[in-house]
Design a protein around this ligand. Structure first.
Ligand code: COA
Length: 532
């Protein structure tokens, strides 16, 4: 055993200032999450309840096992847009009849549950997660279909929702639709493409076109029930496999369907009763300074998230800006790559590439803890081959087939974000701490580049260069890039699966690793050509 020691003093002024800043950031995030939880707001929730219906969150709560946690994903989708935060969808992972499932529920209190561009982005990400991790998908359907004013952004790409459902099914990943209300037009293919369909008496409405549209198209007179009611679909069309008396009955039937799926996990934890870390999770608030220029030792984080704070470091004396090593987390083996001191040099890149190959040899999932400003620049480093060494790391990350999970703790800038398995490198999950910042480069550096490029351009054209105007523009750009690098903005764009409270990191990763092990963990020895 190699137990990490800690030098963190949570009572020091620096640590207290860090904790204060982290709590403030958490409070702002909690306030935004509260708006997502409120859905369409009091008026629409009261109207919905008045119709004898449960909200999306109440449905999920009843569907999950009594003791099940619910790892909500992409809760802040759409933050910063004109749409209600959350994307009119509630989604996450929880246990249903003892099986880890991905639940995706329309929120009918937000614009009738209509799908806007953020709903679509979030739903597509959920399907990605279900497919990679072989998680059964339970759709709790009640939606006004496409958000009509933004239809051009969703109609064509939105077809992927139905394609995904059948591809999940092809892969043997069960798909279940519990239809609580409207599921019309394209929405009718949600039950249409699902393996198992439950409809509710006098509540589910599933048709390609409602009575007014049918009348306009063919002149035929019809009514909701004969056109797409649960009774008709259960007795006549055969689209409904189960006829539920009410919402609770539909949820009960949904739970029975999952109980009979015979869907087994590929593996469980290797240690059945893992020991908790030896240091308090509360300290995780105190590690990252609000001034991200101030470095922190990622071992202080690792010591507070891995089992027994037991961590076997790989190449500790080589490429020391990147900490690599082996641990278990909630009993699951992990290889960890964590930035120390920010910059990635050639040594760190080569060390990472070797470490990733080793993890693939031993079929061990990888956890990336980000705090990097990118790969080192400058003549010495260019001549030393920083590009080819960074490429080696990115090659290894891109082609590695063991599951990856990323957590952005602090900086995640430039190609360093890619090398550390940013969102475009298909991490199974990516979570963000409130202290994280991510952009193509630092705001000051970016503003400086824009300034010098525009100055050079003006001079080369013989035009006068307005220094005052340029200084104002530089300040404006710096402000814009700083704002865009914030975690809520990135989460709003569904570039992560959620911002987490640092104190929850271990448990969030435990749920993620458990979900990941629904699918087999298989490494590879097949990589691109490593440029030596
Ligand atoms: N796009 C954009 N906004 C929509 C919408 C859609 N597809 N469906 C509903 N909304 C809006 C409504 O305009 C209303 O907005 P407001 O409260 O700001 O005025 C809000 O969502 C609630 O709608 P409302 O009709 O009052 O709710 P309801 O619960 O009584 O009925 C539906 C919900 C979904 C049954 C009903 O709104 C409907 O039939 N919508 C159109 C469905 C359709 O044909 N969609 C096209 C599919 S591709």
């Amino acid at each position: 055993m190699t137990i990490l020691s800690s030098t963190l003093d949570p009572t020091s002024p620096e640590a207290q200032a860090s904790a204060r800043a982290m709590r403030e950031a958490l409070a702002a995030i909690d306030a935004e999450v509260a708006t997502a939880v409120a859905g369409g707001g009091e008026r629409y929730v009261a109207r919905h309840h008045g119709r004898g219906k449960l909200t999306a969150r109440e449905r999920i709560e009843l569907l999950l096992d009594l003791e099940s946690p619910f790892l909500e994903l992409a809760a802040l989708a759409g933050y910063g847009s004109d749409f209600t935060t959350g994307g009119s969808v509630v989604a996450g992972i929880g246990l249903v009849s003892g099986v880890e499932c991905l639940v995706v529920a329309n929120d009918p209190t937000v614009k009738g549950g209509a799908s806007n561009p953020w709903s679509l982005k979030k739903s597509l990400r959920m399907h990605e997660i279900a497919l990679a991790n072989r998680l059964p998908v339970i759709s709790l359907v009640e939606s006004g279909g496409a958000d009509l004013p933004t239809q051009k952004e969703i109609f064509i790409p939105g077809g992927a929702i139905f394609k995904n459902l059948t591809r999940l099914s092809r892969e043997g990943i069960p798909t279940i639709a519990l239809v609580f209300g409207n599921s019309t037009a394209g929405g009718a293919y949600l039950p249409g493409m699902s393996d198992h369909v439950v409809m509710i008496e006098e509540q589910s409405k599933v048709f390609l076109a409602g009575p007014p549209l049918v009348k306009a198209a063919t002149g035929e007179e019809s009514d909701d029930e004969s056109l797409g009611g649960a009774d008709m679909h259960a007795r006549v069309s055969g689209l409904a496999d189960h006829f539920a008396r009410d919402e609770q009955d539909a949820i009960r039937i949904g739970r029975r369907i999952v109980a009979r799926l015979n869907h087994r996990k590929a593996a469980g934890p290797v240690t059945a009763t893992p020991k908790p870390p030896r240091y308090a999770a509360e300290d995780l608030l105190s590690i990252v300074s609000p001034d991200l220029k101030s470095p922190f030792d990622p071992r202080e984080v690792i010591a507070r998230i891995v089992d027994d704070s037991d961590f076997d470091e790989f190449k500790p004396l080589y490429g020391s800006s990147l900490v690599t090593g082996w641990a278990q987390l909630h009993g699951f083996p992990v290889g960890i790559l964590a930035n120390a001191r920010g910059v990635l040099f050639s040594e760190e890149s080569q060390k990472a590439a070797q470490f990733i190959q080793l993890a693939n040899r031993s079929n061990t999932p990888l956890l990336f803890l980000h705090n990097t400003t990118g790969y080192m620049v400058g003549k010495e480093y260019e001549q030393g081959g920083i590009i080819k060494h960074g490429a080696m790391m990115i090659n290894a990350v891109s082609n590695s087939t063991v599951p990856h999970v990323s957590v952005l703790l602090g900086n995640s800038y430039g190609a360093g974000h890619y090398g550390m398995c940013g969102r475009a490198y298909d991490p199974r999950f990516v979570f963000t701490w409130p202290s994280a910042r991510s952009a193509v480069m630092g705001a000051a550096q970016l503003a400086e580049v824009v300034h010098s490029v525009s100055k050079a351009s003006a001079l080369s054209q013989g035009k006068p260069f307005d220094e005052d105007g340029a200084a104002a523009m530089r300040a404006y750009i710096e402000g814009q890039i700083n704002a865009e690098a914030m975690p809520m903005v990135l989460s709003g764009l569904v570039y992560d699966d959620g911002i987490i409270d640092p104190r929850d990191t271990r448990d969030v990763l435990g749920i993620a690793l458990s979900a990941i092990h629904t699918a087999p963990v298989e490494g590879t020895s097949s990589f691109g050509v490593f440029r030596m």
